[in-house]
Design a protein around this ligand. Structure first.
Ligand SMILES: CC(C)(COP(=O)(O)OP(=O)(O)OC[C@H]1O[C@@H](n2cnc3c(N)ncnc32)[C@H](O)[C@@H]1OP(=O)(O)O)[C@@H](O)C(=O)NCCC(=O)NCCS
Length: 168
């Protein structure tokens, strides 16, 4: 298996839309509730840059995009701006093969170079053993629990907050 990790580009948006829409419709791992349109993903893409706080890395196999990791705004209040929220999703048939680790590590390596980013937070809806293990393996620490912090598919869900200090 030859996995290539690179920066995301606008032409990846149909693939990324399909990946996230699977998890929106079928699972509680994301608290998004409404399927994304291509227009929505193209707008989402405009926040990313190669050296700023918000970055997008994708993984591909044989030129097919099979996953992504992104850093996003953590909170709209301006004093939170040195903190980013991270997000990672793979195509369902590509999980458990080490691809998540590759693409997430690449994102974190880029964020470590960005002066303006001080902390990265991953919010994991519990239970999610693969994501929990991946965050711990990549050096995130448990920062807290949002007890029943979200409501999806008729149930409340606990959310664990992971913090990465990015060596700062
Ligand atoms: C979470 C996700 C990104 C992890 O990526 P992945 O490629 O499947 O994980 P990796 O193969 O890189 O494995 C990373 C570590 O987690 C472990 N792991 C993976 N799946 C696991 C599972 N179901 N249970 C326990 N450990 C698991 C691996 O063994 C590995 O640890 P190790 O090296 O100590 O053995 C991926 O599974 C995914 O996209 N899941 C669906 C979407 C999702 O939940 N996104 C995260 C939202 S917070």
């Amino acid at each position: 298996m030859n996995v290539n990790i690179r920066r995301g580009k606008e032409s990846d948006m149909p693939a990324l839309r399909d990946i996230i829409n699977h998890y929106i419709v079928e699972t509680v791992v994301t608290f998004e509730m409404v399927e994304m349109s291509l227009e929505n993903r193209k707008t989402w893409f405009t926040q990313f840059s190669e050296s700023g706080r918000y970055q997008l890395m994708v993984s591909e196999i044989d030129d097919e995009v099979v996953g992504y990791a992104a850093s996003l705004r953590f909170h709209q209040r301006p004093a939170y701006s040195p903190s980013v929220m991270t997000s990672i999703y793979l195509k369902p048939d590509q999980i458990g093969k080490g691809i998540g680790e590759l693409v997430y590590r690449a994102l974190l390596d880029e964020l470590k170079k960005v002066e303006e980013v001080h902390r990265a937070y991953g919010l994991v809806v519990l239970p999610n053993p693969g994501s929990e293990r991946l965050h711990e393996k990549l050096g995130f620490q448990i920062a807290g629990l949002l007890h029943e912090g979200g409501y999806k598919f008729g149930e409340y869900h606990n959310v664990r907050m992971y913090e990465h200090r990015l060596g700062k």
